[in-house]
Design a protein around this ligand. Structure first.
Ligand code: AMP
Length: 142
C-alpha cells in the first residue's frame, strides 16, 4: 500500500493559506475543516507548513495577541514531503523521525495531496485486517 492508494480513498484536497494569513484565521480554518495542519503557499509554491502545535506554542509564548501574527512568523519552512510511490512504512518512518503528523505529497514539483497520521493508521489497520482474513482463509481451507 502506498501514498497513491491513500489519496485515491481520501481525495487530493489540500487546505492551504498564504504566508500573511493571521494565526486567528488559520485556527478558525483548522477548526472548521477539522484538520490539524495547513500548507503555506505563495505563487503555487510551498513556503511552509503550519499545524495546531505551532498555534498553541505561539499563544503559550505570546498570549492572545499572538493570534494577530501572520503565519509566516511561526510556520515550519523546511517542509518534509513524500511522493505518490512512497510506502506506508516509509511515511511512518518519516513521521516518527521528524516528530510530525502531516506529510504534503509532491509529484513533479506540484502539491497533489496531504497525508496525516490518521490516514496512515487507518490504512495500516485495513491492511492488517486483510492479511489476517487471508491467513484465516488459508488455514481454514488448508
Ligand atoms: P504536527 O505533528 O504535524 O502537528 O506538527 C508538529 C510540528 O512539526 C509543527 O511545528 C509543524 O509545523 C511541523 N511539521 C508538520 N508537518 C511537517 C512536515 N511535513 N515537515 C516539516 N515540519 C512539519
Amino acid at each position: 500500500m502506498n501514498v497513491a492508494t491513500i489519496l485515491k480513498a481520501k481525495g487530493t484536497d489540500v487546505t492551504s493559506v498564504s504566508p500573511d494569513t493571521t494565526l486567528r484565521d488559520v485556527a478558525v480554518l483548522l477548526t472548521e475543516r477539522r484538520i490539524g495542519a495547513a500548507v503555506v503557499m505563495q505563487d503555487k509554491k510551498v513556503m511552509g507548513i503550519v499545524s495546531e502545535r505551532d498555534i498553541v506554542k505561539a499563544v503559550a509564548n505570546g498570549g492572545g495577541n499572538a493570534l494577530n501574527a501572520p503565519v509566516r512568523d511561526v510556520m515550519t519552512s523546511r517542509v518534509v514531503t513524500c511522493s505518490l510511490n512512497d510506502s506506508v512504512d516509509e511515511l511512518m518512518d518519516s513521521m516518527t523521525m521528524g516528530r510530525f503528523r502531516h506529510l504534503p505529497v509532491i509529484e513533479n514539483g506540484e502539491l497533489v495531496g496531504i497525508v496525516s497520521i490518521g490516514d496512515v493508521v487507518k490504512h495500516r489497520i485495513a491492511e492488517t485486517v486483510m492479511e489476517t482474513e487471508a491467513l484465516r482463509l488459508y488455514i481454514a481451507n488448508g
